[in-house]
Design a protein around this ligand. Sequence first.
Ligand SMILES: Nc1nc2c(ncn2[C@@H]2O[C@H](COP(=O)(O)OP(=O)(O)OP(=O)(O)O)[C@@H](O)[C@H]2O)c(=O)[nH]1
Length: 253
Amino acid sequence: MIQMTLIQIDNYGPWTVTPKPRTESDLQILQAELFADVQRQIAAKKGLVFFTRFDNLLAVTNGLNEEDHMRIQRSIRNRYPVTISMGVGAAETAHEAQRLATIALQEKGGAQSGRKEILAINNLIENPEDSFVQAAHIDINSVTETLTDIESAFDTSFMVNKAQHYLMTKLREKGALLFFIGGDNFMSPCNGLNEEDLTKILIDIKEEIGIGLKAGIGRADNIEDAAYMADIGLEIIREGNNKEWIHLIEELQ
Ligand SMILES: Nc1nc2c(ncn2[C@@H]2O[C@H](COP(=O)(O)OP(=O)(O)OP(=O)(O)O)[C@@H](O)[C@H]2O)c(=O)[nH]1
């Protein structure tokens, strides 16, 4: 099972304009610092946070228990002008896990309802033997040669976004998620997605929009190790001059 946590800034919309609109650059700094802060704390337990919408972060949290979540909330409250609420869910697919996490939090009140520092747990992985994460690290082939060094920065960003949208659409249908992690890189928590299905998705996108992709896949009881194995898989594809679409690594090396 994969466990996911939704992290939501409490009552953030009203706060950004009270008593009058706050300087946008300050809001951007707050969001970036909060993301880095939560990432540092969740990574200490081998979890991984995705910046998602910044006011809503999604994290893979296999290995974190109730106390771990509460400690992060307390630490943020002590140091930031905002508080965070969290929802936690675990399921066979990443999409279902984040859905359960979201419902648990939504049932405690809306994002702008005055709700404060709620920890809403639908279910947590109690038995470490049930903990399983499959992650795919997906990368655009030769982005430096074909886009970064040729197109304008904005147009490259537009193409990367387009690839992201196609990947999200196709992976979501299979119960998998897809997050942009910087450069031309995407991370997909994808429990239950088999190698044939992922290969077909990459081939279809190449045919539909002409963007070549490759994916390393890793499997472990936590996302840190699964993502590391996925990185190794990507390196192996690069060493073979991008002839493979995907490469699965199941053992830590
Ligand atoms: N988050 C993250 N970003 C990375 C990683 N590796 C590379 N990047 C980013 O991706 C950009 C492009 O690097 P590459 O993907 O190695 O370059 P490329 O030209 O596509 O080359 P190939 O992947 O070998 O086809 C870099 O500038 C980084 O911003 C990674 O492991 N994680």
